[in-house]
Every structure is written in C-alpha cells, then in structure tokens.
Design a protein around this ligand. Sequence first.
Ligand code: GRF
Length: 204
Amino acid sequence: VKIGVLISGGGTNLQSIIDNVKLGNINGEIGIVISNKKDAYGLNRAKMAGIETLYIDRKNFSNDEEFNMEIIKELKKRNIDLVVLAGYLKVLSKDFICEFRGRVMNIHPSLIPSFCGKGCFGERVHQMVLEYGVKVTGATVHFVDEGTDTGPIILQKTVFIDQNDTVSTLKEKVLCIEHEILVEAVKLYCEGKLSLQGRKVIID
Ligand code: GRF
C-alpha cells in the first residue's frame, strides 16, 4: 500500500507512521509527505527518513478547489492508495473526497462526536475538554467524508483526565494515544482488515 501523508505542523503522528513502516509493523510505504505550511517540522522528519516531501502553497492558487486539485494531482502521480491526514489543518474539497472516497483517514484529539467540528482542532480541543469538565477524553481515527470530523470511526482510545491536568499535560497524554491508534488503523488498512457496513467500520 502506498501512503500519502498530509501535514501542517510538528508531525509526531507522521513520525509514528515512519517508525512503524521501518519496523515492518505497517505493511506499506510512505510515497510522499505534503504540507501546506513551509516551516512544518514534519517536513524535516520526512527528509531525515528519506521520504519525498512537497510544500504546496495555498497562496499560489485562486481558490481551495484548485489548491486541492494540485494535491490530488501529486498524489495520483505517485499512485497513492491511502491518504493520512496527520495534523493537517485544511478542509478537503468535495473533489478530493470523491477521488479518494474510503481511502482518507484523519486523527482527531477527542472522542468524536464530542469536541469536534468546525474550528475545533489542535489545542482548542483540549481547552474545551477542560472547560467542560469531562472526566474522560481521548482520540479518534476516522475515515474522512464531506463533513468535518463526521466520517465512519475506525478506532478510539480514552485517557482519564486528572484534576491537575492543563492543556499541555492533556495534549501530551492524548498525543501518545493518537500515535498508537493511528499506527494501528494504518496497519489494519494495509492488511486489508477494514471494511464498511453503512457508516460502521468492520475490523476483520
Ligand atoms: C495535534 O494537536 C494532534 O492532536 C492533531 O494534530 C496536532 C499535531 O499533531 N492530530 P502532529 O504532532 O503534527 O502529528
């Protein structure tokens, strides 16, 4: 399975995939890492692992559709089978979803459908979790559909919130399980063990 990873930031989720491909735990290869941010540290992680990288500047395009078309073109050029959004902070266009339906995964730092949707990403998620006062949070890997964080859920894992937790301590705890479940979801996909029944993901 050829994997394309889209990033916008530090790339710790990307790094966990790189490491597990190298360990032979994921039966696939990362064909390209694309970032919409020039200074995303994840680009360095890819380069250090000898993986081709691309920075695609949204400002070079007149609208989101054309920007997405460029990404689709680069992914298809490299026969990418699975697209992984690993800390990628742009919404995908309809064309993108059509082109890669059922083949785009996203990692979100909460237990969807809680604390997700437009504007709810990154540290904002943990802020809302702490403000709400829930006792448990976690992370979700899901297939991407036309909505924001609404696609079929593949895996979830929880973390308990301690009353002394801050945004940064909570972010660290959640990031650890993001890495675990994202690697597991990519591994299962590469082994052909994921299938869809309606909006439910079945793991064989
Ligand atoms: C983190 O907030 C993570 O929860 C979300 O994207 C952000 C950056 O992750 N998925 P990464 O370190 O760039 O993978």
